[in-house]
Design a protein around this ligand. Structure first.
Ligand SMILES: [Zn+2]
Length: 297
């Protein structure tokens, strides 16, 4: 019997797995890869972002509702999913921003918090792990913390001297960062909308882009997954409190997205196998260099 390939995607909140790398996961699931989403927090401090559902009885039960939304999304994506059990930090707003709540994920000690993830890594034994870059993809404290514990766990999970109580060592072979929102992609979709005579949802975003670093030069890996964009959108819509179905997320017709940018993009951050791809010569498979050695075992 051959061993199955295994992919672990570490995310901060329920819904992040459906907006970053979801089509990639759906594609790998269809190809027989075992995929586990690890959700660090319950999203307890998230706002209701869908105006149609912004009601007191929903706001009061947001934690339980988000668990149900996650259950629907994971069934749509065909992935397994586990909660790491940390508490959402909330997105601090104001100038200066208020201090983060005492109990929250982002205020935990990184080495202590990483143990929970090491434990899951050693049990699931992923070959490939995905997470956010050092800026969290966007500056939510839980996303930055998700990055920190993912890197810490990747580096510790294979070391028998680290967290000896957290299970037998297992070293994942590759670590990737999501590079979903590159300027090149947003610009390409924006232009395609204009060319099609449609209103682009990215006008304001592009105007404000000067304040933000572009990630295009960091992309080493482009995974073709356009056939799974509809699955991704269904999973995202399952997080009904977190996304407005009439909002900008769904405004670019699928046909345009599939034609203009048919990949989800990543940066290879750590690799224990093979050659390291570059932005000039990207690879197209998260399991490149892993596939052959695992499947021939
Ligand atoms: Zn999030």
């Amino acid at each position: 019997m051959t061993e199955r390939l295994r992919l672990m995607a570490v995310h901060a909140h329920p819904d992040d797995e459906s907006s970053k790398g979801a089509a990639t996961m759906a594609r790998y699931v269809a190809e027989g890869v075992s995929v586990l989403v690890v959700t660090c927090t319950g999203g307890e401090r998230g706002s209701v972002l869908n105006p149609k559902l912004d009601r007191p009885e929903i706001r009061d039960n947001i934690a339980e509702i988000r668990r149900q939304e996650m259950a629907t999304a994971r069934a749509i994506l065909g992935v397994e999913q586990e909660w790491l059990g940390f508490v959402d930090s909330g997105l601090p707003e104001g100038d200066p921003p208020p201090p983060l709540p005492e109990d929250c994920f982002a205020r935990q000690d990184v080495d202590v918090a990483a143990e929970a993830l090491v434990r899951v890594m050693r049990r699931f034994r992923p070959h490939v792990v995905t997470t956010y870059d050092e800026n969290g993809g966007y500056p939510h404290p839980d996303h930055v913390m998700c990055h920190k514990i993912s890197v810490a766990a990747f580096d510790a999970a294979g070391d028998p001297d680290r967290y000896p109580q957290a299970g037998p060592p297992w070293q994942p072979l590759k670590l990737y960062y999501h590079m979903t929102f590159t300027r090149a992609r947003v610009l390409a979709l924006h232009q395609a909308m204009i060319d099609a005579g449609l209103e682009s949802p990215y006008q304001e975003w592009l105007k404000r882009w000067d304040d933000r670093p572009d990630l295009s030069h960091r992309v080493t890996t482009r995974v073709p997954c356009a056939d799974y964009f509809p699955v991704r959108d269904d999973a995202l819509r399952a997080h009904a409190t977190q996304v407005d179905p009439d909002g900008p997320w769904f405004r670019v017709p699928l046909e345009i997205q599939q034609r203009v940018w048919p990949t989800e993009d990543y940066q290879l951050a750590r690799s224990l196998v093979g050659e390291v791809p570059t932005a000039d010569d990207p690879e197209d498979d998260l399991f490149a260099g892993v596939r052959d050695s695992v499947l021939s075992r």
